[in-house]
Design a protein around this ligand. Sequence first.
Ligand code: SAM
Length: 240
Amino acid sequence: MWPAGAGRRAVRRSAPALTGAGDLRKHLTMARLRKAARVWRSRDARAAAEQVMVATDAAAFILDLAALFDRSAPLEVELGAGRGDFIIERAAANPERNFLAVELAGSVARVLAARAGRRELSNLRVLQADARTIVNLLMPDAAVAVYHIYFPDPWPKARHEKHRMMSPSMAAGIARTLIPGGTIHVASDVEEWAAAMFAMLCEAGFVRIGGEAAGARFTGFARKYIAAGKPIFAASFRRF
Ligand SMILES: C[S@@+](CC[C@H](N)C(=O)[O-])C[C@H]1O[C@@H](n2cnc3c(N)ncnc32)[C@H](O)[C@@H]1O
């Protein structure tokens, strides 16, 4: 058995002082990451992993849209649809098109689904999921005619950046999944963040087009902001 205190002394000599629970967690996380990197450098480990690792572009992960809607029709997708004020009316007004409402928050998605279900719209489906997973992983290439993203982020601060829906890789995913000539409408109440989203879309090959973004004044949040006299920063983009 170690003499009392020997363990503590050994830790003090070999590792930087850990001053709190946060430090300790970070230290353990770094140690685990280093260990994982070591495992991955071994050829045997990689060969073993390849036998069981499923490729993320495998057909098993791709949405079967014709089966989802029971028909093929031009598809419009709203990402972060909230309670569905916009997409429910849009689907009711355009029965010849399919609509997919994606909402991350379970309680909000359930309200959205109940409201949509009551309208008995056969062309609208509600998906409780992270929009980033849907766009970057599950949506087939060239499948979407129109994307709508309105006031997606309650995350204006830089340190919350990782939570934001739009990013350069998301813009690239949107480009991949839109049909040629497809459109994306975006809006935000935060001017700086709207400008950042617009820039990411341009960087991904989109061109800004004229006209008002379809839902910029008709979503639940848009109506709230307009009633409060707040400005809205919206634009539409197309990829040719
Ligand atoms: C400020 S609300 C706006 C809702 C609606 N677009 C509107 O204008 O009324 C933002 C919504 O986006 C959802 N959201 C945020 N990040 C998301 C993500 N990664 N995937 C899906 N939904 C997301 C939130 O749960 C929330 O309901």
